[in-house]
Design a protein around this ligand. Structure first.
Ligand SMILES: [Mg+2]
Length: 185
């Protein structure tokens, strides 16, 4: 039997509405008033005057990870990919230290997947794949550009930090899970 077509999906800001909650926490702790519109480049400490250590404290917190809301339609979207025959790999920059909360959060939200790879960000993600994916989705432009070089279609999940710039020909910018489809189905 041939391998199933591979679908590779990011977690933060694709399955999980992470950045708004992170901003809430940081604003409360630091007395700032940042909004999503301030996130014009990827990465909280790059976009805002927030120390990297404050961001890392949240990323490494199992409690914080459990508080994040799912992105609308994301669980149904993953289920649809699997119904259409895809093997679903979640590939995230989250560190292994939050694997317990990440797995519990995915189970609680009814997210169906086959494999969870942690600790890889941006273009490194492509190196973890067992074969060329049929489709991939991420909110980071460098990851999507790397996926586009090997996948049939690479979806860029629209977020304030990826508004600019054209991408490769097989990159599609999507506004929500309804637009993430298996090509040719
Ligand atoms: Mg992400």
């Amino acid at each position: 039997m041939p391998d199933a077509p591979l679908a590779v999906i990011d977690i933060d800001d694709v399955l999980a509405d992470t950045t708004p909650l992170m901003l809430d926490h940081l604003n409360r702790k630091l007395g700032t008033a940042y909004t999503m519109d301030d996130m014009h480049v990827f990465g909280m400490s790059q976009a805002l005057s927030i120390p990297r250590e404050e961001v890392v404290l949240l990323i490494n917190s199992n409690e914080f990870q459990m508080e994040i809301a799912p992105m609308p339609g994301a669980a149904a979207g993953l289920a649809r990919l699997r119904e259409q025959g895809c093997e679903v790999w979640l590939v995230t920059g989250r560190p292994e230290i939050v694997r317990p909360s990440t797995e519990a959060w995915l189970a609680r939200g009814g997210f169906a997947y086959d494999h969870l790879v942690m600790g890889l960000a941006g273009s490194e993600k492509v190196e973890a794949l067992p074969r060329a994916p049929l489709l991939a989705c991420d909110d980071r432009a460098d990851a999507v550009t790397a996926y586009a070089a090997v996948a049939q279609v690479a979806y860029l999940y629209a977020r304030p930090w990826n508004r600019d710039g054209a991408g490769p020909e097989n990159m599609r910018r999507v506004e929500g899970w309804g637009e993430i489809i298996v090509p040719g189905r």
